[in-house]
Ligand binder design. Structure first.
Ligand code: F6R
Length: 609
């Protein structure tokens, strides 16, 4: 939540233009206010306001700011509403320094009180502003060439909470100072230009050389060099080359990132299924050795984790397996010990609820396997085994390709478990794997092609509705849950998913003519009962939309049907069946006049509890 970017360059250029384009790539992290500050000839210049980047830059042309060192921020409000004064960057009393921050300063109220007593004047309601005044206060007793970094470190020692911070100071005008604790910060390295940002796409058009700043590290960037330290000791940076392309972080002709990302699923699935076999084998070993498994995730990633639960439970019937929503971890923590294997699923690899659970589980001695999309993010770094979805950057706030690739990777893991349990011959196994790896992308492609127009038409039809239901049974339930989450989060049509059998225990009461009911009914053992539940809804006037297979009886009894090609394995179902639901949600949002890439009140990477 919140996107930050900082650039310092030796080139005779103004960084404001690069910062603005970087902010556009970070907008998925927050979009209620935006700001930029540069240092030009020893003076701070700043522009900021509430609104999206496009709205604010129409009023304040960021790109006219001069200077070769600067910082920018796009906000998802936590402390104080989205207003001009609360927008970042935040200054000290004398406008000598500017900070931008992603995270939460837990002890900001006591610090603010103390600083006010010392005479500091606050202009915003944010927790971040205390940082600016705290650094200003510490700077008073410092002198010499390293005065700013010393003051910065002393200020950091006084704050509690989570942060990624970038700081510029007129006393050291070509440097950028950074610190990180539990909120992401990545450094980009180009010959005579250095970048820092919440996420790689912000600087991907300039460089693919990156360094992840780790928890507890503090860094100084000059145009030529990167200095990192931790607890007073110099840390040798570990640069890596980013495999994502600059184009992958652009819309490439699509009206929205979400639609582009839906269409990228076949290739993302194909890439993801070309797995690192050592990591898969190690994960399998950890799962077998543990005496219980916990799947931990939030939101859409939780729905992927839930599909994993159904797959693993079928194979490991004697081993307790618990799918847990990360923010509820505390309720289950007594289950966790050194014989527990936690499988964490997170696109960003930074979700705070998941991080908190994992940190506690690690203390209890649990072994952690993670599935993430962002390489070297915090969750993989807490893990014994890191598996990666190779979906490329996902910019649309609603997860699509990262969800289906998570499901695919969990299915791949299930196949590996099955191989070990069933004693398949190696030849037999490799043929199963290569069929699966070929079938998944090809079915995904067919589903998109065959259902897109229909999704658009249906979206238009249901767009005037305020409520909807998503029904499924057994292992298909996560598909319904994901469909409902997608629809509500971007089109704002209220959507509820529940096991179809529960209808009669309450939900059916509000069904009336034209009430959309999505029925997830693959060709499997749930089909018959799904048909009865669908009929019950239809009898009350429900508008039945089935996601099903052409031979299913429910097709005849539905108002609309989305037909999914048959696959050789039930492991493909949670991928192929969710795609039409993504498309319907996308088109419903567009039809209702909303931007599906930036749903209100949401941000992509959730680094608050
Ligand atoms: C919904 C969505 C969120 C995320 C959730 C977890 O479309 O994207 O529900 O799935 O915030 O995020 P990650 O996967 O980054 O841990």
């Amino acid at each position: 939540m919140c996107g930050i970017i900082a650039i310092t360059t030796r080139k005779k250029t103004n960084v404001s233009k690069m910062i603005t384009s970087g902010l556009k790539r970070l907008e998925y992290r927050g979009y209620d206010s935006v700001g930029i500050a540069t240092i030009n000839e020893g003076q701070i210049q700043i522009m900021k306001d509430a609104g999206t980047i496009d709205q604010v830059t129409r009023k304040y042309p960021f790109e006219t700011l001069q200077g070769s060192t600067g910082i920018g921020h796009t906000r998802w409000a936590t402390h104080g509403p989205p207003t001009k004064i609360n927008a970042h960057p935040h200054a000290d009393c004398s406008n000598s320094l500017m900070v931008v921050h992603n995270g939460i300063i837990d002890n900001y109220l006591s610090l603010r009180k103390e600083l006010k007593k010392q005479g500091h004047i606050f202009t915003s309601e944010t927790d971040t502003e205390v940082l600016a005044h705290l650094i200003e206060e510490e700077f008073k007793s410092e002198e010499g060439p390293d005065a700013v970094i010393r003051a910065f470190k002393k200020a950091l020692a006084k704050i509690e909470g989570t942060y990624a911070i970038t700081l510029i100071h007129t006393a050291d005008p070509t440097k950028i100072f950074l610190a990180r604790k539990d909120s992401p910060l990545v450094i980009g390295v180009q010959d005579d230009t250095k970048f820092a940002a919440s996420d790689i796409p912000a600087f991907l058009e300039y460089t693919k050389n990156a360094i992840v700043l780790k928890n507890g590290e503090v860094a100084t960037l000059t145009p030529e060099a990167v200095y990192i330290e931790k607890n007073g000791f110099r840390v040798q940076p570990k640069p890596f080359i980013v495999s994502w392309t600059a184009e992958s972080a652009q819309k490439s002709g699509y009206p929205h990132f979400m639609l582009k990302e839906i269409h990228e699923q076949p290739i993302a699935l194909q890439n993801t299924l070309s797995v690192n076999i050592n990591a898969i084998e190690e994960a399998t070993k950890q799962i077998f050795e543990a005496d219980k498994i916990i799947l931990l995730a939030a939101g859409t990633s939780y729905h992927a984790a839930l599909t994993g639960y159904y797959q693993f439970q079928r194979l490991l019937s004697k081993k307790p397996i618990y799918p847990i929503i990360a923010s509820e971890y505390d309720t289950y923590q007594q289950l966790v010990d050194e014989n527990t294997c936690i499988l964490a699923v997170s696109q960003s690899g930074e979700t705070l609820d998941v991080m908190k659970g994992l940190t506690s589980a690690r203390k209890a001695g649990a072994k952690i396997i993670s599935i993430a999309n962002v390489i070297d993010s915090s969750i993989p770094r807490l893990s014994k085994v890191s598996l990666y979805t190779k979906a490329g950057p996902e910019i649309g706030v609603a997860a699509t390709k990262t969800h289906t690739t998570q499901v695919a990777l969990l299915a791949r893991l299930a196949l590996q478990l099955e191989y070990s349990l069933e004693g398949w011959l190696e030849k037999e196994f490799s043929s199963i794997i290569s069929n699966f790896s070929a079938e998944v992308p090809s079915i995904a492609r067919a589903v998109i092609t065959q259902n897109e127009l229909k999704s658009k038409q249906l979206a238009a039809h249901i767009s005037n509705q305020n409520h909807s239901y998503f029904l499924a049974r057994g292992r298909n339930l996560p598909i319904a849950m994901e469909g409902a989450l997608k629809l509500k989060e971007i089109s704002y049509i209220h959507a509820e998913a529940f096991p179809a059998g529960e209808s009669k225990h309450g939900p059916i009461a509000i069904v009336e003519p034209n009430f959309p009911v999505f029925v997830i009914s693959p060709k499997d053992e749930t089909g018959k009962k799904m048909l009865s539940n669908s009929e019950e809804m239809k009898a009350r006037g429900g508008y039945i939309v089935s996601i099903t297979h052409k031979d299913q009886e429910v097709v005849k009894r539905s108002d609309q049907s989305f037909l999914i090609p048959e696959s050789s394995s039930h492991l493909v179902t949670p991928i192929s069946y969710v795609i039409p639901l993504q498309m319907i949600s996308y088109y419903a949002a567009v039809h209702r006049g909303f931007d599906p890439d930036k749903p209100k009140n949401l941000a992509k990477t959730v680094t608050v509890e």
